[in-house]
Design a protein around this ligand. Structure first.
Ligand code: C2E
Ligand code: SIN
Ligand code: FE
Length: 394
């Protein structure tokens, strides 16, 4: 049994002054726990990003939230060009700076964290940046993001540490902020490497698809411009129809391959300046079947829509199309969308057999064929996206 060696102590009631340090420590621990919980949540949404654009966006908002920073930038190292690059917001232009410039640059080159409580009294800070942007930088925290081997992949930079009430904190970022930033940067590096790899793969796939599809169009004396335009129309139509983004991405990848089967149609038919006779039409109507054959059973999920698009893009809503005479919703949605996008681009373009029609005339023809040739809902959606269409067309 234990005995109290100092029984007098048990009578002692700690004063609030004696308790204060403990309370302060407890509060600090609570705050730390809150921020660690947030860090774990953010790590999850970071890991879910598969494009570098959406990832950068997540990382910037994670940095702001986690470090209570007024602004944040995440730079990536471009070794080949000796630059750091970033985006101000998703979808906006890329900003590029020399790899050795400024605070971010010295973090990138030394691999060391930099914390500056008062930027204007630190010679490393270049006040010109503020003069240009009209922003007033007080504190800066910048940490390297490193891959496994220690190579610097990028730089996290946070500006102006805020208090809970949103005012700028005078002491700047503290050592816990610095630790959190390093934790975040560590979590992010794997996601960044993956997203860069994904982007490369996507680029390679897209490049291959457009080259293949252009081979068929080459015979058809068309340009790859047509493919890009009709893929964009298909994308915007699908978004207007509120399809999920991953489906839209697959549609955009598959759409340019819709006419790949024309590779099997004789040149004399494809390039005939005037109307096709019955025998020639018969040949031409084979192209969806050839295309379906070429794109049969795609092994990659990303290409899953290409076979149905090639097969069914000339089916009509009323069942009078080819090659199978499918009707209404028997025709897969992706093919109904591409039918409208493809016809619209054919109408507004010059073909060996027709001059280009005006936007108005093309839209009138779509309206005339609404419900017979085309899915009415998709022609309606087309009317709703005219401003976007004009941007692609002109
Ligand atoms: P394409 O030139 O890419 O045309 C795709 C689709 O756009 C056509 O499918 C049709 O639905 C629509 N379209 C194009 N021009 C017009 C037009 O002047 N009026 C109307 N109302 N719709 C138009 P379609 O008709 O099944 O034709 C498939 C492909 O057959 C065409 O692809 C083209 O390569 C070829 N083709 C069609 N008509 C002729 C023709 O008169 N002469 C020649 N040489 N080829 C033709
Ligand atoms: C710098 O790294 O010197 C620029 C800081 C800023 O973005 O204002
Ligand atoms: Fe076609």
């Amino acid at each position: 049994m234990k005995t109290d060696p100092n029984p007098a102590r048990s009578d002692h009631r700690p004063s609030s002054e004696e308790l204060n340090p403990y309370l302060a420590e407890l509060n600090a621990l609570r705050d730390w726990k809150k921020r660690l919980t947030l860090a774990l949540q953010l790590a999850k949404s970071i890991a879910a990003q598969t494009t570098i654009d959406s990832l950068l966006n997540e990382l910037v908002s994670a940095t702001q939230k986690l470090l209570l920073a007024d602004r944040a930038t995440v730079f990536l190292v471009d070794q080949k060009n000796g630059e750091l690059w970033s985006k101000v917001a998703a979808g906006t232009q890329t900003i590029r700076i020399p790899i050795s410039a400024g605070i971010a640059g010295s973090v990138a080159t030394t691999g060391e964290l930099i914390s500056i409580p008062d930027a204007y009294s630190d010679s490393r800070f270049n006040q010109e940046v503020d003069k240009k942007t009209g922003y007033r930088t007080h504190s800066i925290l910048a940490a390297p993001m490193k891959e496994n081997q220690g190579k610097v992949l990028g730089v996290f930079q946070a500006l102006n540490r805020l208090n809970e009430d949103g005012t700028v904190r005078s002491g700047g970022f503290d050592h816990l902020d610095a630790e959190l930033m390093q934790l975040l940067a560590g979590q992010a590096s794997v996601a960044v490497e993956n997203a860069l790899l994904y982007d490369q793969l996507r680029l390679a796939t897209e490049d291959t698809i457009y080259r293949l599809a252009a081979a068929a169009e080459f015979k058809d004396k068309d340009t790859s411009e047509h493919l890009h335009r009709m893929a964009r129309y298909s994308e915007i139509l699908a978004r207007k129809l509120e399809m999920p983004e991953d489906w839209i991405a697959m549609l955009k990848l598959a759409a340019p391959m819709h006419d790949i089967g024309k590779i099997g149609v004789p040149d004399a038919v494809l390039n005939k300046p005037g109307k096709l006779d019955a025998a020639e039409w018969k040949e031409m109507k084979q192209h969806p079947i050839y295309g379906g054959e070429i794109l049969k059973n795609p092994s990659a999920d990303a290409l899953i829509l290409s076979e149905t698009i090639a097969l069914y893009h000339h089916e009509w809503w009323n069942g009078k199309g080819y090659p199978y005479g499918l009707k209404g919703e028997e025709i897969p949605l992706e093919a109904r969308i591409v039918a409208v996008a493809d016809a619209f681009d054919a109408l507004t373009s010059k073909r060996v057999y027709k001059p280009p029609f005006s936007l108005e005339k093309a839209l009138t023809i779509l309206e005339e064929e609404k419900g017979t040739h085309f899915d009415p809902a998709i022609v309606d959606a087309m009317q709703d996206i005219i401003p976007e269409i004009k941007e692609i067309l002109f």
